[in-house]
Design a protein around this ligand. Structure first.
Ligand SMILES: Cc1cc2nc3c(=O)[nH]c(=O)nc-3n(C[C@H](O)[C@H](O)[C@H](O)COP(=O)(O)OP(=O)(O)OC[C@H]3O[C@@H](n4cnc5c(N)ncnc54)[C@H](O)[C@@H]3O)c2cc1C
Length: 448
């Protein structure tokens, strides 16, 4: 349905911002792109309802539609050739102290949620490397931070409210809906428009972050588990050169008011005495505080500060999750490609994620290690490298991050998800005519 047709047929709520394009000044012109600018959406029809009722009307009136979050995915997962809907105006946040949960509107970002929770004495269990993404968008792709005992961000979800293809408002909860709920949380945007998410919260906590420089890869060989167990959340950065980890970021929970001590060395790597950016030579202005100085959870768990832009956005990203116990083997496999990879790479990051039971989660039933690549914006070269990386990681049954760039064929992806056919069944149940299907879903979920 085009915009004119929609205006004609739905008189009741046409005024206001519902049919307006993105906010004035945000992105002028018909071409709208994702955050990085590497992907241009295939439609200029963007609906921005202000209420759930308006969202229902949009869903009912479109034959094809896709929800758009904060635009931080690097591929076409949020794209549509016909219509997109952004629920950014659904931004209420309601804390339930008794249940230890917070319920947020489908448009709320972690940058909005984290300070709200903290000011009320609460915290989430973890955050991604940056807080600017939406909760609904993050859970849809199994976005994760790091930490052996930390599930991805979707594991905090205890209930979802979704407007499904027929305009119905469906609520699914961990308590009531068992398997159906577990299929719906990491939903890849395919189930409908998420208008509310309820998340588990816990009392606020303090974290101190220390960055260690130059860890020999031979230490990683002997002590990988120990290194990842050094903190509540640990990240290893490498450019794959010189058989070393360039930086280890260790984030530890600490008591409020304490002066935490930290080891000046980690297996020979030295604690940095100044704040560092993961990329050598880049200003650390946008990075969260380090040097062991304690701060509240949301100012330490992400690598990048809430009120800073992590980079210009001129970058590409790919990431693969493999079984944690085979971490070092997988590192060695990628290291063999170092001379092809490094020239096109800004940096790689290794993180750990606890296993979960969410059907389409990249950590489904598998304690995982993620191997991440932040690429220079050189797609022709990166596109040639990805199949080489994927071939190296195939023996590890690597699952690609749903929101990043990959070239694996659907025939390789499908066997990695034991519940794939049940997920297809769930989609067929809530979206029998494929209203929310897009090219990404046609390829990766339904393709051969
Ligand atoms: C600089 C940068 C850093 C990143 N760091 C990390 C990281 O640390 N860890 C990690 O795992 N990933 C990371 N990512 C990837 C990012 O977290 C994911 O791509 C995430 O899905 C983006 O969320 P978003 O709000 O931008 O959603 P979008 O990219 O806009 O959409 C993602 C998916 O969510 C769906 N969706 C969005 N909103 C709704 C809704 N209301 N209802 C239904 N479906 C919806 C879309 O249809 C789409 O399928 C990073 C990305 C960037 C650009």
């Amino acid at each position: 349905m085009d915009k004119r047709e929609f205006l004609k047929t739905s008189g009741a709520f046409l005024a206001g911002t519902m049919l307006s394009p993105l906010a004035p000044g945000e992105q002028p012109g018909p071409a709208r792109t994702n955050w990085s600018g590497n992907y241009t959406y295939s439609t200029d029809h963007l609906y921005q309802p202000e209420t759930i009722e308006q969202a229902r009307q949009v869903v009912k009136s479109c034959s094809k539609l896709r929800a758009l979050g904060a635009r931080h995915s690097f591929n076409g997962i949020a794209d549509s050739t016909e219509n997109q809907i952004s629920v950014t105006h659904l931004n209420e946040m309601v804390l339930d102290r008794e249940a230890s949960t917070v319920t947020v509107g489908g448009g709320v970002t972690y940058s909005q949620l984290a300070p709200y929770l903290d000011s009320n004495g609460y915290a989430l269990h973890n955050l991604a490397s940056l807080p600017h993404i939406s909760v609904a968008g993050a859970i849809a792709t199994a976005t994760h931070g790091s930490g052996n005992k930390n599930g991805n961000l979707a594991t905090a979800v205890s209930a979802l409210e979704v407007v499904t293809a027929d305009g119905a408002v469906v609520v699914l909860s961990r308590k009531q809906d068992g398997e159906r709920f577990r299929g719906a949380v990491v939903n890849l945007g395919g189930l409908g428009v998420v208008t509310k998410v309820t998340l588990d919260v816990q009392p606020t906590f303090q974290v101190s972050q220390v960055v260690y420089e130059n860890l020999a890869m031979d230490q990683v060989k002997e002590h990988l588990d120990e290194i990842f167990a050094r903190g509540y959340s640990v990240s290893l950065f490498t450019d794959w050169q010189n058989h070393r980890i360039t930086q280890v970021w260790v984030k530890r929970k600490v008591e409020k008011g304490s002066t935490p001590q930290f080891a000046p060395e980690l297996l020979g790597a030295k604690a940095a005495t100044r704040r560092l950016h993961p990329l050598a030579g880049h200003s650390a202005e946008s990075c969260t505080e380090q040097r062991g100085i304690p701060g509240t959870w949301y100012e330490r768990l992400p690598h990048f500060r809430i009120n800073a832009t992590p980079s210009s956005g001129a970058e590409l990203q790919s990431e693969y999750l493999i079984p944690r116990e085979r971490g070092y083997e997988a590192i060695l496999a990628i290291e063999t490609l170092r001379d092809q990879v490094t020239p096109h790479l800004f940096i790689s990051e290794l993180r750990t994620i606890e296993a979960d039971d969410l059907w389409m989660s990249t950590a489904y039933h598998r304690p995982s290690m993620a191997i991440h690549f932040t690429w220079k914006p050189e797609w022709p070269a990166v596109k040639n490298l990805l199949p080489m990386i994927e071939e190296k990681l195939a023996p590890f049954d690597a699952r690609p991050h749903w929101g990043k760039l990959f070239t694996m064929a659907p025939s390789q992806i499908k066997p990695l998800y034991a519940e794939m056919s049940n997920y297809q069944g769930l989609l067929a149940h809530y979206d029998p005519h494929g209203k929310f299907r897009n090219r990404f879903m046609d390829t990766n979920i339904y393709g051969a």
